[in-house]
Design a binder for this molecule. Structure first.
Ligand code: LLP
Length: 421
């Protein structure tokens, strides 16, 4: 459930009409609902309340400082994958003890930054990374907590670009070699082995792959303990999917996911970490856009809107579907008209949806792309020199611009022309 509902015939974010945000901030613009964020975070907490746990928000899904601050104030930890994300988590007031650092290519400066600023744990993805972190930490006189990410060779049954748990993927070390790698980790200076990490992919709509991966992690925990390792923490990754189509079966709920975790690893006495991103923020955001032209084609009509693939890349990149809804509620029984909804960018890939069933809509009309809070603004660019899309956060009956739209001057001001030109 989210807080984007029609009230008095107009789509609202909580108690704020989206048309008001469009009038005051302009379009395209991302709009997030604080109440939805809080609700979704609470559901994960509740799902794990049977054990000691930390819900680490996957910062890559939405890294706006206001969103991170809201999550951090609720007690969330953060899962970061770059120095930039680490800096954002810290700037949002999240203490280092609640930040885990994931990612296959952490550089020495990034590792140093996190050691100096404080870190809950590094999730190590390869032996070269493990040795580099050991040397760096030992050189700094530090001993850093680490979990090693294992690749369980489980098919997550999701889009190939966001599956990460098969042996063909670049992530983690093969689970078959874990005993050997943990033995080396335990012998290295500067590292304190505390746990196991796993993440098999994103937008999973079935619990079976999670269960398969977590059972393998439980077996590995026992095997490592038998070798004398102190495994006290399991980081079980993110990946629980969301309903992108309102008329479809919904993916499993956080509470059901928590039950799978309890069944698979609940008897081990480990502290549990999870790293959800999409499930917390995906349906807490919409991309609001205005129709520029309605263009009659030979065999179809196009809605040319002011949002484009640079603002919301997912349809072009993954063939992803986002429900498109009109901001003015259609009359009951009003007919629908198929439109190809496209952006202004000079590529045919800049198509959000073909034959979207919408009520008749005229130039100037407002539409909202639903489920756009995760991997929306964070993946936006200024392609075609379209200023970076702004973001707004709504809470109750008020809203704030949490990232303004840059002016052309600001956009151009980031470039410089060398004096020898
Ligand atoms: N932890 C790790 C190590 C990850 O790699 C990811 C996502 C997450 C947690 C969070 O997964 P979530 O709960 O959000 O599914 N841009 C793509 C999604 C890429 C996900 C990458 N890793 C998209 O728009 O669908």
């Amino acid at each position: 459930m989210d807080h984007f509902l029609y009230k008095d015939g107009h789509l609202h974010a909580e108690d704020v009409p989206l048309s008001r945000i469009a009038a005051e901030v302009g379009t395209p613009v991302y709009v997030y609902s604080a109440a939805t964020l809080k609700r979704h975070f609470g559901l994960f907490r509740q799902a794990l309340d049977w054990t000691d746990h930390l819900v680490c928000f996957a910062v890559k899904s939405n890294s706006n400082l206001a969103v991170l601050k809201l999550m951090g104030d609720l007690g969330a930890g953060m899962d970061v994958v770059s120095g930039g994300e680490y800096a954002r988590a810290k700037a949002a007031g999240v203490p280092g003890e609640r930040i885990v650092f994931s990612g296959v290519g952490k550089t020495a400066p990034e590792m140093r930054m996190a050691i100096e600023g404080g870190i809950r744990q590094f999730n190590i993805e390869s032996e070269p990374e493990m040795r580099a972190l050991s040397a760096l930490a030992a050189g700094m006189g530090a001993s850093v907590p680490v979990a090693i990410r294992v690749n369980p060779d489980v098919d997550a049954k999701t889009h190939e670009k966001i599956a990460t748990g098969k042996s063909e993927n670049k992530f983690g070390i093969p689970i078959s070699r874990a005993i050997e790698v943990y033995a080396e980790a335990a012998s290295l200076p500067g590292l304190q082995v505390v746990g196991i990490d796993v993440h098999i992919g994103s937008q999973l709509t079935d619990l079976k792959p999670f269960r398969a991966a977590y059972v393998k992690v439980a077996d590995l925990t026992r095997a490592l303990r038998a070798e004398g390792h102190q495994i006290t923490r399991l980081d079980l990754g993110g990946g629980l999917g969301i309903p992108y189509r309102r008329d479809n079966n919904s993916p499993p709920l956080p509470i059901e996911y928590g039950e799978v975790i309890r069944e698979a690893v609940g008897d081990l006495g480990c502290e549990i970490e999870i790293e959800p991103g999409r499930n917390i923020v995906g349906n807490a955001g919409v991309l609001l856009s205005q129709v520029i032209y309605v263009k009659k084609g030979e065999d179809r009509d196009f809605l040319i809107v002011d949002a484009a693939m640079n603002d919301l890349l997912r349809p072009a990149m993954y063939g992803a579907h986002h429900d498109i809804v009109p901001v003015v509620e259609p009359d009951l029984g009003a007919g629908v008209h198929p439109y190809d909804v496209v952006g202004p960018i000079c590529e045919s890939g800049d198509t959000f949806q073909k034959a979207a069933e919408l009520p008749e809509i005229a130039a100037g009309g407002l539409i909202a792309f639903r489920s756009a809070g995760a991997y929306g603004a964070v993946m936006a660019s200024e392609y075609n020199s379209r200023p970076l899309v702004p973001e707004v956060l709504v809470q109750g009956d008020h809203f704030a611009v949490i990232r303004p739209r840059p002016t052309y001057e600001e956009m151009l001001g980031r470039d410089s022309i060398p004096e020898w030109l």
